[in-house]
Design a binder for this molecule. Sequence first.
Ligand code: SAH
Length: 419
Amino acid sequence: MNVYDGLRIAAMLEHHGFVQTDNVADADIILLNTCAVRAKATDKVYSALGRIRRAKKPDAIYGIVGCVARESGADAFKKIRDLNFVLGPQSYHKLPEIINDPDTKLLDINLGGLEKFDELPPITKSPHVAYIPVQEGCNHCCTYCIVPYTRGREISRPFTDIMTETMHAASVGAIEICFLGQNVNGYKFTDENGKTYRLSDIIKQTAKIESVKRIRFTSSYPTEMTDDLIELFGTEQKLLPFLNMPIQSGSDNILKKMNRQYTLDEYTKIIDKFRTVRPDIQISSDFIVGFPGETESDFDATYRVAQNIKYINSYSFKYSPRPHTAAALMENQIPENIKSARLAKLDSLLNENQREFNISCIDKTFDCLYESPDKTGTRHIYRTPYMQPCIVETDCASPMARIKITSANKSCLHGKIID
Ligand code: SAH
C-alpha cells in the first residue's frame, strides 16, 4: 500500500515540475511515507526526520505523510518544530498547498475516504508490477491493530474506477497486477443500477486484458474467502497459485482475544478448499507472537500450525502494543524476553519450511516475471509464480521468461532461461 501511495505522490510532484533525487542535500521537498503498524516503525520515523533535518538545504520543506502522520497529528510539530507538513494516508493529495505556500504549516489527518484517488494524476510509467488499491481502511476490529484508526473504516472503490486504473497501468507497461486492500477479499461495491461487484469480478475483468499475464492480491481475511473467489483459482490461470492468508495465531483462545472471527478448524478448512481447486497452491501467513495472555501452550499451537500447513513464506512479529487499540490495555502483557524467544523459535521453523519448499522447486520450470538486475549488476532477478526471487545469467532479460530451476537455498533460487 505504501509503495502505491509513494508512486502516486511521486507522479503528483513530477506533475508540479519536481524531479526525483536520492540525495537529501539536493532536494527542495522531502517527505517520509510512514507505517504505524508496529512501534518500531514509528520510532524510526523521528530519528530519520532528525537526520534529514541536519542534511537538508535550509529552505527545503519537509514533512511526514501516511499512518504515523495520522497517529501523531499536531504532536509531530511539537516534536520537530520546523516540520512543514503532516498529512495522513488519505490527505497526501493536499501536498501542493504547501508547495504553493511554504511558510504555512499544513496539517490534515482527516479520513476523507476516496478523494485522493480522483485528485492525483495517474502514474506515467509502470514497473512490471502495478499495485491497484480496491479499498481504503478496514472494518475488522482486530484488537491489536491500529489500521482502522489510521486508515479508517472500509470503503470499496467503484468497480469502474479500479478497472480504468488497471487498464491504464497495463497500457503503460504493467504485466502483473496486484490488487491491494487491508481486507482485499472483502471488496464489495454496488453501482447505481444495483449490481454488486466482488473481488472475483475485478479479477475476471482484468484477466481479459491481453498484456496482463499475472494477477494476485493481498491481504486477505480468512473468513471473507467466498466460494466465487476460491473457485476462480481453479479456472483462471492468470491468478497466481500463491496466497497470503494471515492466521496470526494457532490458538483459538488467542484468536478470540484478537477478535479474529474464525477458529483454527475453520481456517484450516478454507485452506483445504483452496488445495482442492488448485492443488499447486501455496500459502503464506502473518503471525503475531506474545499477544497479551499468550501461554506456552497457546504458542505451541501456533508452532504446530506452522508445522502442519507448511507456509512457504511468512511474516512473523512480536506483539507491539499500539495506541487506540484494545489489546494495548489488556492484562498479562508478555515480557520482551519471552516474546523474543518465541519469535526466534517460530522463525527458525518458518525459515526451514521456506528452504524446503525452495529446494523442492529444483528441476521444475516456471513462467517468471522480470524484476531487476541483481546487486552485482551482471545477473538478473525474476519472480516465480510463488514470488520467489530467481537469479539468472542472461544477456537478454525479457519481461516474461520460462525458467528451469537449477539450485536453491532459503532465500532464493537460481535458474536457466529455457526459451
Ligand atoms: N490488514 C493487513 C494489516 C496490515 S498489518 C493485513 O492483514 O496484513 C500486517 C501485519 O502486521 C498483520 O497481519 C499482523 O501480523 C502484523 N501486526 C499488526 N498489528 C500488529 C501489532 N500491534 N503488533 C505486531 N504485529 C502486528
